[in-house]
Design a protein around this ligand. Sequence first.
Ligand code: SF4
Ligand code: SF4
Ligand code: SF4
Ligand code: FES
Length: 315
Amino acid sequence: MTDITIKIDGKEIQTQKDRFILEVARENGIDIPSLCYDPDLEKFGGCRLCIVEITNRGWTKIDTACSTRVADGMEINTKSEEIIKKRRAILQLLLDSHPNDCLTCQKAGACDLQKYAYEYDVKFRDHDGAKREKVYDLSSPYILKDNAKCILCGKCVQICGQIEERSILSFADRGYDAYIALDLGKDFAHSYCISCNRCVSICPVGALIDKRSLGKIRSFESEKKTVKCKVCEFGCNFEVHSKNGENIAVTAKKPSSGRPLCLKGRMMTELMFLDNPDTPYMKGAGEFIESNWLTVTGFKNIVKKIEKVDAKKGE
Ligand code: SF4
Ligand code: SF4
Ligand code: SF4
Ligand code: FES
């Protein structure tokens, strides 16, 4: 690739043609806020929070840093007065229709919207007007979906679709009524969702929550340890959350390097690491059914086989 020279906030940077502004900026210690960007996903350019001022060949425009490529001689301003004003307006629009729930939200402390609202000093609204309707999906013991908190960043849709046979999530409806649907409008229990929690692992806000940690521990109060799943060769990563020496919850980490994540792996990790693992559930026709650890881990068949082998030997 050709080496080019650009300037970001006055700093001269050597980089390669065709890279995205946001990635070059971050590599050089210049942070640009983002809600829908993820290095492992297609550039979506939906949230607009990463807007910057770009001057190229005498023209200045405002564009998204996550989906605009650098070019030789480009000068980028990431923090002009105009840009800060526009970012504040974007955040205000999001917060104007967002539930004022940071105090009890499971995502508090690890929420990108909360983080940027603090950084840009934007508050929940104090005026009347439309609000996103509260539509909860409570049908799963593994995931809580709260449409009112969804900022429509699309990350869950992409990450679910990375595994071909999953692709459960999609955008539905339009404009203010737009929401993320499962199998075109079903709930978790009735959809083909396999509770892998890929979507939960990437959601930047509290719209998709790991229900098994709900009310037990939040990110800011937990000590975290990354562990590898031992169930198959992918070795997906999970995070064990502890407090006062007790291992309280296991959550899926965002998968990369082609790792799929699955419910069985998460359950096995819970069983191995948690001090008091909750009852496991399996999916039946349109509902989740209470199960037991021998069944969900697949050990039941192994135990049966061992018993059979032992019985034969005893004959
Ligand atoms: S999703 Fe984020 S901003 Fe919304 S209530 Fe939860 S912590 Fe607060
Ligand atoms: S849990 Fe897995 S399969 Fe279900 S919607 Fe999320 S990413 Fe898709
Ligand atoms: S549910 Fe979360 S990841 Fe999916 S679009 Fe909404 S905010 Fe984004
Ligand atoms: S992060 Fe660039 S548009 Fe969302």
